[in-house]
Design a binder for this molecule. Structure first.
Ligand SMILES: CC(=O)N[C@H]1[C@@H](OP(=O)(O)OP(=O)(O)OC[C@H]2O[C@@H](n3ccc(=O)[nH]c3=O)[C@H](O)[C@@H]2O)O[C@H](CO)[C@@H](O)[C@@H]1O[C@H](C)C(=O)N[C@@H](C)C(=O)N[C@H](CCC(=O)O)C(=O)O
Ligand SMILES: Nc1ncnc2c1ncn2[C@@H]1O[C@H](COP(=O)(O)OP(=O)(O)OP(=O)(O)O)[C@@H](O)[C@H]1O
Ligand SMILES: N[C@H](CCC[C@H](N)C(=O)O)C(=O)O
Ligand SMILES: [Mg+2]
Length: 486
């Protein structure tokens, strides 16, 4: 592609050299990926500044550098005020605005994004549409799985893969949109058609500093909805009316809205909810009448996830009978309220609850059916929101009969210091500390008696423990089975 043509899509840039003869065959943000005649965009990271790799990028064959400052290199340098923003715009243009040719469903919120995206995807697959999914677990294009580093990948990875999806004739992509991604602009230029809000509760204050800033980041998905001027595709916002931030998000968008909820009258509302030993039944009010749901999923939070997915699928044009069939058969996502199958007379459940709200939801769901004691194994991630630590410990001690506080990806922090933060305000005695997660799981299983439930929270599908810079193999399910089989 001609560099001048590509760079001219930027509204603000400075370049002293002529670009009309410069060719850009690829865009890269990592100098190690540079091939001949690629454009290198210098991104200022949190731990590393990409500008320091400009010369190495030129050595690897870069034909053009996009930078936030003057650089002394032998190829033309284009200076922009914000390279992350430029990355999103350039990648979108380079890959020819792929999202315009896809139906894009974006799901944001503190908890439930992975769960809701998977149900939405399952519904679209059921009606034989070609689908793709991007989120915490992986990227899936039809039946092919690809690893992802982040819940919402960077703009370059995103645009490149949206193009791949268009080329492979994918109809609909459902993606988790994290608050970090919205704040950094990883989804800038993605023409989202249906934006879904699950809920907002405390998390990520290390990054956003305040709940207001966190909410504002989430709201960007709604304020940007339909800004692409692509009139071919209908737009919808799907909002949880029971969340106290619903009004703020409704005001953020000019697009049509479908609401859902349990407590407030909503377009998709669950009534007559009944808890079963393995699932939940309820009536779902919809714009086309009432539908009976008999779901295998557990907990009030799953009712919300089902409603969100149903409303999104409806907005996407899928018949309610098809939506109903899938809702009644879906079994949920790996590591979310996942029972560990074994012969013992007590239950072991693995769940990804890593916020105070999700832990409370999961423990109160267990309280509904547990006839014995509840034991919880839980820790808090290092290099993440410190302020959620005491809240999670408090929820654990309040809702469980016994808590074992342990490590969950301590990263660069001391595991003991993280647990000290957790237990700082706890006055009850119903807990112990076991820094080693395997020992913690063993302790919990050894304490469990008939009819008890052991909840192993925080890591869900993860098969690793991040300690310092090392990613060590660790799997809650495998660890639990080892002790259950002893
Ligand atoms: C805080 C944060 O968001 N960090 C993200 C950031 O990393 P970073 O700032 O350290 O940047 P970096 O990768 O070290 O380097 C900066 C630039 O130099 C380049 N580079 C780097 C090294 C080199 O040798 N050569 C080179 O060119 C890199 O390619 C990059 O362009 O940019 C990286 C590339 O896009 C991200 O993978 C990384 O996410 C890290 C892994 C992360 O943990 N992020 C979390 C906080 C996050 O974003 N979470 C949300 C989900 C939250 C939720 O759902 O609850 C998410 O969407 O994942
Ligand atoms: N709607 C919900 N409300 C509250 N808690 C929920 C909800 N859905 C799921 N949870 C809880 O949150 C945990 C994480 O769920 P899920 O992975 O779907 O969320 P997520 O938003 O994708 O999380 P992440 O931000 O880490 O990607 C689940 O294991 C469950 O404990
Ligand atoms: N998306 C979340 C996942 C947290 C999972 C938990 N196991 C941890 O490592 O804290 C985050 O990156 O904050
Ligand atoms: Mg997720």
């Amino acid at each position: 592609m001609n560099a001048e043509k590509l760079i001219n899509i930027l509204s603000e840039f400075k370049c002293d050299q002529k670009l009309d003869r410069v060719i850009v065959k690829n865009i890269e943000m990592d100098h190690r990926e540079i091939t001949n005649e690629a454009m290198f965009i210098c991104i200022k990271g949190y731990t590393v500044d990409g500008h320091q790799f400009a010369q190495a990028a030129v050595d690897n064959g870069a034909s053009l550098i996009v930078s936030e400052k003057e650089l002394n290199v032998s190829v033309p340098v284009v200076i922009v005020p914000d390279t992350s923003r430029a990355l999103a715009q350039l990648a979108n243009a380079f890959y020819q605005h792929p999202s315009a040719d896809l139906k894009v469903i974006g799901v944001t919120g503190t908890n439930g994004k992975t769960s809701v995206t998977h149900i939405i995807d399952e519904i679209h697959r059921y009606v034989s549409l070609k689908t793709a999914l991007i989120g915490t677990l992986q990227m899936v294009i039809e039946d092919q799985n690809y690893p992802v580093k982040n819940t919402t990948p960077d703009a370059l990875f995103l645009q490149k893969n949206l193009r791949k999806m268009v080329d492979e004739n994918v109809d609909v992509v459902t993606m988790e949109v994290s608050s970090h991604a919205l704040d950094i602009g990883r989804v800038h230029g993605v023409d989202v058609d249906i934006a879904v809000f699950t809920n907002l509760s405390q998390d990520h204050l290390d990054y956003h500093q305040s709940m207001d800033h966190y909410l504002y980041a989430k709201s960007l998905l709604f304020s940007q909805l339909g800004n692409s001027l692509n009139q071919k595709k209908a737009k919808y916002a799907i909002i949880n009316l029971d969340d106290s931030n619903a009004d703020f998000l409704i005001k953020a968008t000019a697009q049509p809205i479908l609401t859902y909820g349990v407590k407030n009258e909503a377009t998709f509302q669950a009534t007559e909810i009944e808890w079963k030993s393995a699932g939940v039944t309820f009536n779902m009010n919809t714009p086309e009448g009432v539908i009976a749901i008999h779901s295998k999923l557990m907990g009030m939070f799953s009712v919300y996830n089902i409603l969100a997915a149903a409303a999104a699928a409806y907005a996407s044009g899928i018949a309610l009978t098809d939506i109903q069939t899938v809702l009644n058969q879906t079994t949920g996502v790996k590591g979310r309220f996942q029972p560990v199958e074994h012969q013992q007379d007590f239950s072991v459940i693995i769940d990804y609850a890593h916020t105070p709200d999700s832990l409370e939801n999961v423990l109160s769901t267990i309280q509904r059916f547990c006839q014995g004691d509840i034991h919880v194994v839980v820790g808090c991630g290092g290099d993440r929101d410190r302020r959620k630590r005491p809240l999670m410990a408090e929820v654990a001690c309040q809702y469980a009969d016994y808590a074992i506080f342990t490590s969950d990806n301590p990263r660069s922090e001391s595991p003991q210091a993280i647990i000290d933060d957790m237990v700082a305000g706890i006055s009850s005695q119903n807990y112990q500390i076991q820094i080693d997660r395997k020992n913690a799981i063993q302790q919990a299983i050894q304490r469990a008696r008939k009819d008890d439930v052991v909840l192993i929270a925080g890591k869900g599908h993860e098969t690793y423990q991040i300690v310092g810079d090392e990613v060590l193999d660790f799997d809650d399910e495998k660890a639990a089975l080892e002790f259950l089989n002893e």
